[in-house]
Design a protein around this ligand. Structure first.
Ligand code: 5CA
Length: 446
C-alpha cells in the first residue's frame, strides 16, 4: 500500500537513480556492493552515508514498521537531539568510560557537547524532571534518531557505520516486575518487527558491553557475512511470531517462553562444554545483530537521581531498560538475507516501490498511453510504481529492474498493446504471466 509520506510513484527519466554497472572495488560484502550499485547510498566519508532517493524510501519503510510495532507495545515516540551536554554523561560516569568512540564537540562558549552514541542519560534527565509519582509509571519512550560512534573499523557500508540511524526505547518502572514486563513487551515487539520485514531474527543471550546491566538479548539474523559468531537450536528457525495476535497488557512470559527455552547464544556467551544442545540440532553460523535489549535496573537512575514517590510516599529509584534497533543497518541486513545473482530481492513490506513498470517503447504514443493508463490504475489502487520511461534498450532496462529488486515487474510493449495484455514478472521466483490489463492490476494490487 502507498505510504502517505512517500511519493506514490516516480518516473525514471526524471528520477535520481545512479546505478553502477561494475562492482565497486571498496565493497567487501554483497549488501554493500548492491547498495552502491542500485543507487541506494553514497559514502560521504568513512562510515558516513548519504541516502539517495531509492535507499531513503527503504529506510523510511523500515522506520515505519519499527514505529508501528513500538506504538502497539505502548511505547511513545518523542525526538531527542543528536547533540547532548557532556555534564549529563559526567553524572553517570560514562563521559570518560566511553573513550574514543564518542565524538566530543566544543561550542563557541567552550561548553563540552557530544554527538549522542545512545541516550540513556538524556532520557533519564527528562523523566527525572517530569515524573514524580509512581502513578505515572510504567512509561516507555522511544525515538528514531541518528547516532554517532567513532568506530575503529567502520566497514561493510551501513552495517557498521559511524553515523547510523537507531530506534532506541527506554523503559521506566517502579520495581522489577514493571521493568521486566517492559522488557518482555519489547522482546515481543522485536520478534514481530523483524518478522514483518521478512527476517528470521533470533533472540540470543548476550553480553551487555558499555550499556551495562545483567539481562540482555541480541536479535540476530543469520547470514554468513555477519560479524557475530552464533550458536542456536535449529527449532528456533521454525517459530513464527506473527502466527497469533498479542495483548501487550497481559503477562508475556508465555509468549517469549518458546524462544527463551531453546538454546541460543553469541560466541561471548557460548560454552561448548556446557551447551545442552546435541550436535545434530545445533546450528553454528554467523549473524547480524539488528537489535539489542537491556535490563539494567538502577544503573542510570541512581547516579542521575531519577526517583519517584512510591505508594507509601517513600523515594524509589526508577527501574530501567533500554532497547535498540539498527534501522539503517537493517537495510544492509535485509539485502544480505534477500538477494540473488541479478541483484536485490526486496521483501514487499520494505520495497521502495512495489512495481517497476517498464515501457518498452516510450517514443510510441500508443505504448506510452497504455503504460500511463496502467500506472494510473495501479496508483489509484494504492500501489507504488516506478515507471521506466527512459530510452535504454530493453535488456538494460530489465537488468536495472532486477538489480533494484522491486517485487514485481510489469512490461508494456507494442506486442502486448495489440493483444491488450501486460507481462507481469515476480522478481523472487522469476515467474512470468501475460495478463489482461484488468487482471494485471488485480494481481499487482493484491
Ligand atoms: N542504548 C542501547 C539500546 S537503545 C544501545 O545503544 N544498544 S546497542 O549498542 O546494542 O545498539 C543498538 C543497535 O544499533 C544494535 O543492535 C545495532 O543493530 C545498531 N548499531 C550499533 N552500532 C552500529 C553501527 N556502528 N552501525 C550501524 N548500526 C549499529
Amino acid at each position: 500500500m502507498t505510504q502517505g509520506f512517500l511519493a506514490p510513484s516516480a518516473r525514471l527519466s526524471s528520477y535520481f537513480l545512479p546505478v553502477l554497472k561494475e562492482n565497486p572495488a571498496e565493497a567487501q560484502i554483497v549488501s554493500h556492493r548492491l547498495m552502491l550499485r542500485a543507487g541506494l547510498v553514497r559514502q560521504a566519508v568513512a562510515g558516513i552515508y548519504s541516502w539517495l532517493p531509492l535507499g531513503y524510501r527503504v529506510l523510511k519503510k523500515i522506520e515505519q514498521i519499527v514505529r508501528e510495532e513500538q506504538d502497539r507495545a505502548f511505547a511513545h515516540e518523542l525526538l531527542m537531539p543528536t547533540l547532548q551536554p557532556a555534564e549529563l554523561w559526567r553524572e553517570s560516569g560514562r563521559y570518560d568510560d566511553y573513550g574514543k568512540e564518542m565524538l566530543r564537540i566544543k561550542d563557541r562558549h567552550e561548553r563540552d557537547l557530544l554527538y549522542g552514541p545512545t541516550n540513556e542519560e538524556l532520557i533519564t534527565a527528562i523523566v527525572r524532571a517530569e515524573v514524580r509519582s509512581y502513578k505515572q509509571l510504567p512509561l516507555t519512550l522511544y525515538h528514531i534518531q541518528w547516532k554517532f560512534r567513532d568506530e575503529v573499523r567502520p566497514r561493510f557500508g551501513v552495517m557498521r557505520g559511524r553515523e547510523f540511524l537507531m530506534k532506541d526505547a527506554y523503559s521506566f518502572g517502579l520495581d522489577y516486575a514493571q521493568a521486566r514486563h517492559a522488557y518482555n513487551q519489547m522482546f515481543v515487539a522485536y520478534l514481530r518487527t523483524f518478522a514483518r520485514m521478512g527476517l528470521k531474527a533470533i533472540p540470543m543471550r548476550a553480553a551487555t558491553g558499555p550499556i551495562g546491566g545483567d539481562l540482555s538479548h541480541e536479535f540476530i539474523i543469520l547470514a554468513e557475512t555477519g560479524e557475530s559468531e552464533v550458536f542456536c537450536h535449529r527449532d528456533l528457525l521454525a517459530l513464527d511470531p506473527l502466527s497469533s495476535g498479542v495483548d501487550y497488557r497481559r503477562d508475556l512470559d508465555p509468549v517469549i517462553a518458546p524462544y527463551t527455552a531453546l538454546y541460543a547464544a553469541t560466541d561471548e556467551k557460548h560454552d561448548a562444554a556446557t551447551c545442552p544442545v546435541p550436535a545434530e540440532q545445533l546450528l553454528h553460523t554467523r549473524g547480524i545483530e539488528v537489535g539489542h535489549i537491556f535490563y539494567f535496573g538502577t544503573k542510570y537512575s541512581k547516579p542521575l537521581g531519577a526517583k519517584v514517590a512510591g505508594p507509601k510516599g517513600e523515594d524509589m529509584f526508577l527501574e530501567m531498560g533500554s532497547y535498540g534497533i539498527g534501522v539503517s543497518r537493517l537495510v544492509g541486513g535485509i539485502i544480505e538475507a534477500s538477494h540473488d545473482a541479478a541483484g536485490i530481492v526486496w521483501p514487499e513490506a520494505v520495497a521502495p516501490f512495489k512495481v517497476g513498470l517498464v515501457n518498452l517503447k516510450p517514443d510510441d504514443a500508443q505504448v506510452t498511453a497504455a503504460a500511463e493508463d496502467l500506472a494510473a490504475k495501479l496508483t489509484a489502487r494504492g500501489v507504488e510504481v516506478l515507471i521506466d520511461d527512459g530510452d535504454e534498450r530493453a535488456g538494460a532496462k530489465f537488468a536495472t529492474m532486477d538489480l533494484i529488486g522491486l517485487p514485481w515487474q510489469a512490461t508494456v510493449g507494442p506486442r502486448g498493446v495489440k493483444a491488450g495484455t501486460v507481462e507481469v514478472k515476480n522478481r523472487r521466483d522469476g515467474a512470468r504471466q501475460e495478463l489482461s490489463v484488468e487482471a494485471a492490476v488485480n494481481r499487482l494490487a493484491g
